[in-house]
Every structure is written in structure tokens, then in C-alpha cells.
Design a protein around this ligand. Structure first.
Ligand code: DMJ
Length: 576
């Protein structure tokens, strides 16, 4: 009898011990990962304050910090102004970096500094300055920074001492928005790229602008209209967007530069990088924020055209909007935002493989060079710089949100290490002039605080996002998705397959909350094991080309068969 009992116990032990062992192993792994994320978020917080404190000490209230000489630049009037034309004589800056830091301060939980900054801006900031600025840059950095911070200052979390905040940031934003309006007074409704904040459009102003310049205004100007009740901002941005979309080719492609007076294209070649990037981003994000079908229809056609004509395996080249024929085979640092956009669409597998290419390049050079010639496998001879661009960190954050794959944490860690190794100086973080020599340039761009530090921090600590649904503008400023702004609450599919309409379920019910890509640990032959994303799916033939749908395999997120495009590349052409 006793013997049989012992046998039974041994049997039970043998059955359950591997389970217990596995559970404790994975609990151990989980707690190590959590500790690592805490360590990393602390590291990023320190980076942010190193950049912020140095700005406040040596540059504030001017626009940006020069970290090598510990001085400042009034760069708002220089942004996008490659030839540095018509620079103002008496402009002393608009505290650009402080405005750009506001939402990051909130995300990192520093309400005291946020309050101090809000009060300083309320008392001192003025846009009545004789400075010619770039509409796009001023919109994404200044208007976006103010609108987003106004919402953060007035949400239910009571971050500011009661009674202190009387919508001062919104008044500033409204004043700025009004100064933008004359730019839209053109025969086409497409805005001038440049406007003088005090005097409006200058005589003989250039009529040339870019696709992103006139197609990436709808989030900030739309939000401003919803907040102020003045419809003019949203309607100007919408009219410009519709006009731009009407200029697409029969292939649903757009060019890069155009004339706002004639509505004619100047540059027919375009891709997903400079001059175009945020146009795509704003179509999908405007759909998420305002729920308008019109934005979705535009986005869907535009996205399909990009995948069809620009995509080459994990890369995106440029093509002529009229013929779809490839023009330039270049990988640029700005394009690294695209995988993040694909996460919002739910095209996680494509996001994953393209993100991977940018990571390879980051690893090869230590940071991302501005332009890499895909056809020659070499750096662009003159664009070897790295101005602290945040796009790879941004995509890494989105992909980690969607997959919870720890490999992305490792990518984030390597970005943090490189930034600290190559760009950190006593006076802040400096841009890199040449990635082959790692020589530095005396400039700490404001987007380092608005985007780079924010996305890295959120990668390791996303507590700000728990139970809240935000979209981030192209400059990383959060805007909440609210039913009052939403034309219709979309239907979300629950995990049990039923569909529901409810604002609560709208919270994080998009692709970012999916956990579809478990990690596998590969034994690399060295003592340290390398974590590999199980989502890294190559097209079946390995060269990313296909002749039939069978070559393409199944999309890991939707389980739908990917199909072969007319150009011979695999993709998921129908989604959501
Ligand atoms: C930022 O100002 C924005 O992300 C913009 O859309 C383009 N790139 C810079 C940072 O690289």
C-alpha cells in the first residue's frame, strides 16, 4: 500500500515538476526583464534631463542648445531654410526646446517642472515677432507642442495647482493658428511654405512647397479648431489636404514638391522619406483621431500604392508618380518612421522586416546615416550626418507595443548606448557631422527632447499609456482619442471574435496592443544567447521577390495569405 502511494507521488512529481520548473523559470525571466526596463527607463530619464538642464542653463529662452560651445541658436526661423535666406534681424527665440519638452515632462511625471514651464510661457511667449518661419516646422513643433500640452494641463489628472491654469497655452496656440491662416490664401488653398509671424506672407514669397509641408497640418489645426470652436483652422488644413490628394496620379502616387499658386507638381519623384513622410502619417492618424472615413479612404489608396510601387522587399525606393518606375534607390534615416506607421495599420510582419533593415544599418554605423545608397551599398557622399533623428526609436517603441517582443528592448538599449557613447557631451547631446568619423556638430535639435527621449522612455516605461488612448503627432506630441472628436466610434473585434462599439474598448484596441510575436532564444554559439524575434518573416524566396501568391506566405498578425503584387513583391494588400 505504502509502496503504491510512493509510486503515485513519484508519478505526480514527475508530471508536475517540469511545469513548476517552467513557471519559476519564466517568472525569473519576467522579473529580470522588468528590472532591465526599469534600469533603462532611468537611463533615458537621465539623458532627457542632461539635454533639458543644459538647454535651460545655456540656451533658454532661445530656441535650441549648442552643446559643444554651451550657447544657443534662435533656430525656429532657420528650420527648413537650407539656404538660410531672409533671416530675421531682431528675433530672440521662442523657447522652442521648452515648448517641445512639455509633453515629455508630463510623460516622465515631472509635474512641477511642467507647471513652471507653463507659467513662464504664459507670461513671456509672444508670436508678434518679425520672423519668417516654415509653416510645417512651426506647426508640428510649436502649435503641436502647445495644443498637446494644453490638453495635458486640463485632463482629469490635475497636474497643475488648482486655479493656476486658465487656458493660457490654448490662447497662445490660437494666436499662432491665426497667424498661419494668411498662408492658405492662395489660388489653390495649398499653403505657402513660409510666413512672417508678424506681417503674413512676404512679397515675392516662393510658391514652392512640399507634400508633407501642406499635407501634415490636419492633426494640430484640427485639434485647435475642436478646442477653440473656431472652424477656420481645421477647414484650411482639410481644404489643403483635399487639394493635394486631388493632384495624385492615376497610380495614386504623389510627388515631393509642388507650386501652391498653380497646383502643378515640381518634383515628380517621391518616396516615403523627406518631403513626403508625414503626409502618409497624418492620413492614418487623422482617421484614428477624428474617425472620418475620408481620411481612411485616402490612406488606404495611398498605402497600397506605396507598397506596390516603392516597396522592394524590406526597403522602399523612390518612384516617378506618373509611371511608378523606380528613380532613386536610397535608404534614409527619415524613412525609419514607416514601420511605426505599419504597426498602426496592423501590418506587423512588414513593419518588422523593414525595421530590421534600419537596425542593421544602425549596427553597421553606430547610428543611422542620413542617406544610404541601396544600389551601391554605400553612404551618400555628402549626407553622412546623423542629427539625432528619433525615427528608429519611434518604430521600435511601436513594434514593442504591438508585439511585446523583448528583442525590441534590446534594440532600444543599443540606441541608448550609442547615443551616450557618440553624442553625449558635457553640454548636452550633439548631432553627428559624419558617421564615418563620428565628428560632432554643435546642435541639439529640439526633437531630441520631444521625440527621441520620449519614445525611448515609453519603450521601457509605458505607464503613461495605461488605460489611455493617444496618437502621437509627427513631432511626438500626444493627442487623446476622444469620442467627442470622433465622427464615429469604430467597431473593434474582441479576442473572442465578437465585435463591439464602445469607447472603453477603443482604448488600445488597435494593433499596438496586439501581442503577436513571441520571442525565441537562439543559441548563437557564444556563451550569451541572442533573443530573436519570431516575427522576422522573410518572403518565401528569400530575395523578397515573388511570381505567385504562393511565394509569399501568411501575414503573422492577420493570418491572411499575403499576395504577390504586379511589380513582383509580397505584401498584404487588403487589411482591416
Ligand atoms: C521631426 O521634426 C519630425 O519627426 C518630422 O516629421 C520629420 N523629422 C524630424 C525628426 O527627424
Amino acid at each position: 500500500m505504502l509502496c503504491r502511494d510512493i509510486q503515485t507521488w513519484v508519478l505526480i512529481f514527475l508530471v508536475i515538476s517540469p511545469t513548476i520548473f517552467n513557471i519559476s523559470l519564466s517568472a525569473g525571466l519576467d522579473s529580470r526583464r522588468a528590472a532591465k526596463k526599469r534600469r533603462m527607463s532611468e537611463k533615458v530619464r537621465k539623458m532627457f534631463y542632461h539635454a533639458y538642464d543644459n538647454y535651460m542653463t545655456y540656451a533658454f529662452p532661445h530656441d535650441e542648445l549648442k552643446p559643444l560651445t554651451k550657447t544657443f541658436t534662435n533656430s525656429l526661423s532657420e528650420l527648413g531654410n537650407l539656404k538660410l535666406e531672409y533671416l530675421p534681424q531682431k528675433y530672440n527665440g521662442s523657447a522652442l526646446t521648452l515648448i517641445e519638452s512639455l509633453s515629455s515632462l508630463v510623460i516622465m511625471g515631472n509635474n512641477t517642472e511642467f507647471e513652471k514651464a507653463v507659467l513662464w510661457l504664459s507670461d513671456n511667449l509672444t508670436f508678434d515677432v518679425d520672423a519668417r518661419i516654415n509653416l510645417f516646422e512651426c506647426n508640428i513643433r510649436v502649435l503641436g507642442g502647445l495644443v498637446s500640452s494644453h490638453i495635458l494641463a486640463t485632463d482629469s489628472t490635475s497636474r497643475l495647482v488648482q486655479g493656476l491654469y486658465k487656458n493660457q497655452l490654448l490662447f497662445l496656440a490660437e494666436d499662432l493658428g491665426r497667424r498661419f491662416l494668411p498662408a492658405f490664401d492662395t489660388p489653390t488653398g495649398l499653403p505657402y511654405a513660409w510666413i512672417n509671424l508678424k506681417y503674413g506672407v512676404m512679397e515675392n514669397e516662393t510658391t514652392e512647397t512640399s507634400t508633407s509641408g501642406c499635407g501634415s497640418l490636419i492633426l494640430e489645426m484640427g485639434a485647435l479648431s475642436r478646442l477653440t470652436g473656431d472652424p477656420r483652422f481645421e477647414s484650411a488644413a482639410l481644404q489643403a489636404l483635399r487639394k493635394l490628394w486631388s493632384m495624385r496620379s492615376s497610380l495614386n502616387l504623389l510627388g515631393t514638391t509642388l507650386d501652391v499658386a498653380t497646383g502643378e507638381w515640381i518634383e515628380y519623384s517621391s518616396g516615403i522619406g523627406a518631403g513626403v513622410d508625414s503626409f502618409y502619417e497624418y492620413l492614418i492618424k487623422a482617421h484614428i483621431l477624428f474617425g472620418r472615413d475620408e481620411f481612411w479612404r485616402m490612406f488606404q489608396s495611398a498605402y497600397l500604392a506605396v507598397q506596390k510601387y516603392f516597396r522592394h522587399g524590406p526597403w522602399y525606393h523612390e518612384a516617378d508618380m506618373r509611371t511608378g518606375k523606380a528613380t532613386y534607390w536610397q535608404l534614409t534615416s527619415l524613412q525609419a518612421f514607416w514601420p511605426g506607421l505599419q504597426v498602426l495599420v496592423g501590418d506587423i510582419a512588414a513593419a518588422n522586416s523593414s525595421h530590421r533593415e534600419f537596425v542593421y544599418l544602425w549596427e553597421k554605423f553606430g547610428v543611422l546615416p542620413e542617406r544610404y545608397l541601396l544600389d551601391h551599398q554605400m553612404l551618400h557622399p555628402t549626407e553622412k550626418y546623423y542629427p539625432l533623428r528619433p525615427e528608429l526609436a519611434e518604430s521600435t517603441f511601436y513594434l514593442y507595443q504591438a508585439t511585446k517582443d523583448p528583442w525590441y528592448i534590446e534594440v532600444g538599449e543599443s540606441i541608448v548606448d550609442s547615443l551616450n557613447l557618440y553624442t553625449k557631451v558635457e553640454g548636452g547631446f550633439a548631432s553627428i557631422k559624419d558617421v564615418t568619423t563620428m565628428d560632432l556638430e554643435d546642435h541639439q535639435h529640439s526633437f531630441f527632447l520631444a521625440e527621441m527621449c520620449k519614445y525611448l522612455y515609453l519603450l521601457f516605461d509605458d505607464s503613461f499609456l495605461v488605460d489611455r488612448n493617444y496618437i502621437f503627432t509627427t513631432e511626438g506630441h500626444p493627442l487623446p482619442v476622444m469620442s467627442s472628436w470622433h465622427e464615429r466610434i469604430p467597431t473593434y473585434i474582441q479576442s473572442n471574435g465578437t465585435s463591439v462599439k464602445s469607447e472603453n474598448l477603443a482604448k488600445r484596441a488597435h494593433a499596438m496592443s496586439l501581442r503577436v510575436c513571441p520571442a525565441t532564444t537562439l543559441n548563437s554559439g557564444h556563451s550569451s544567447q541572442r533573443i530573436e524575434s519570431a516575427c522576422h518573416i522573410h518572403d518565401a524566396r528569400g530575395d523578397h521577390r515573388c511570381s505567385t501568391d504562393d511565394d509569399c506566405g501568411v501575414d503573422s498578425t492577420t493570418c491572411r495569405q499575403r499576395s504577390c503584387s504586379m511589380a513582383g513583391y509580397c505584401g498584404l494588400w487588403f487589411f482591416v
